[in-house]
Ligand binder design. Sequence first.
Ligand SMILES: Nc1nc2c(c(=O)[nH]1)N[C@H]1C(S)=C(S)[C@@H](COP(=O)(O)O)O[C@H]1N2
Ligand SMILES: [Mo]
Length: 424
Amino acid sequence: MLAKPRARDRIAEVRARLDERIEKLPIPEEKQFKAAAHNERVTARIGLMLAVTFTVCFITGLLSHLIQHPPEWFFWPSRPIWLYRVTQGAHVISGVASIPLLLAKLWSVFPKLFGRPVVRSLPHALERLSILVLSGSAFFELSTGLLNVAQNYPWGFYFPQVHYAVAWLAIGSILVHIAVKLPVVRRALTRELPAGAGTTSHPETADHSETTDRPETADRLETAGRPDGLSRRGFLRTTWIATGVAVVATAGATVPLLRNVSGLSWKTGKGTQGLPVNRTAVAAGVTRTARDAAWRLSVVTAAGTKKFSLEELRALPQTTVMLPIACVEGWSQSAVWRGITVPSLLQAVGSRPGVDLRVSSLEKNGLYNVSMLPGEHTSDNDTLLALELNGEVLDIDHGFPCRIIAPSRPGVLQTKWVSKLEVL
Ligand SMILES: Nc1nc2c(c(=O)[nH]1)N[C@H]1C(S)=C(S)[C@@H](COP(=O)(O)O)O[C@H]1N2
Ligand SMILES: [Mo]
């Protein structure tokens, strides 16, 4: 199991020489960072909060992905109507909350970068590597997510796919990290430190230093007075406040009560007919085809294709429902919609509610010009082919002549400028 004595001596020798070299370099050492923020109790507290926000963020993100790319076994209910609004709101809020928490945690642990020896053992090397993957993927997820919330797409890749793939990398490395750190976390959260020991930042290294005979570490434990800068409690309090501010600044986009205090909720409450517009008719290139008098809605069933003019659709029984648009970007807003229920339309063409429907838009290119309405939604009487919004004929930017609006469904699937419905 162990290396042969001679090999072991050799490794120890090489390591000692390496340490000696590093000692001479003009880079700081972990023990020189004395701020209370670097205390492992601080690290553990913030880490615990991060574990909560990351878990919420991962699960809600996974749900959103599954709804948009449903595998055979997946089922997403159409009730309660606000379900997706809440899960996606939680996704964005927990992600935003994670940003100050992650920054604070990185600040808390960064002196570990300067820990000596640089590499203690193979597990230690793997642990350091996993932290690199963890920090990198977490930082990537939070920054791309934030830019998506702000509706900026400065990247050349397809955001959802990469954001989804890297999420697995992040959650995997977090699980490894938690497993490795469990003993430290338990110790940090249970043991009361003696007063003034605020700088014994990382006992694992302190323990190690003792075994490698560095007396100044032991000295430091005793002589350490008050730590530099903020106290532990002060640093934690600042972290919680920063997190709260970040949450309030974004939550208004989805929580109506917070709308007026939220700086980042610029999306909601504005836009044509009292509802934000995500993709305009001009951007979708449908201004001519949507207004064309020759426009017809095709409904394709096994029995053939039935076509409806706008006049014919208006002549069908109309239903009014109040439903939110809940965009994956986090904003959501309720509106009053009026149109034909999809179950009744299916019956009108000799099909039945509960079938799967493919919805196609007049929009030629674009990622969201086709969507699937699963049986759960085509049998729900709140699922509409809407012709009106907030008491007016649907604006062209909201999908004139008709659009899909269904309960508990991501905004990206609420297809605008519908031209064809196909029973599958
Ligand atoms: N054809 C088409 N429909 C679409 C989109 C699109 O790009 N093309 N965007 C979707 C997205 S991302 C959202 S959030 C909602 C927004 O609807 P609204 O612009 O009427 O508020 O429309 C959806 N319907
Ligand atoms: Mo959206």
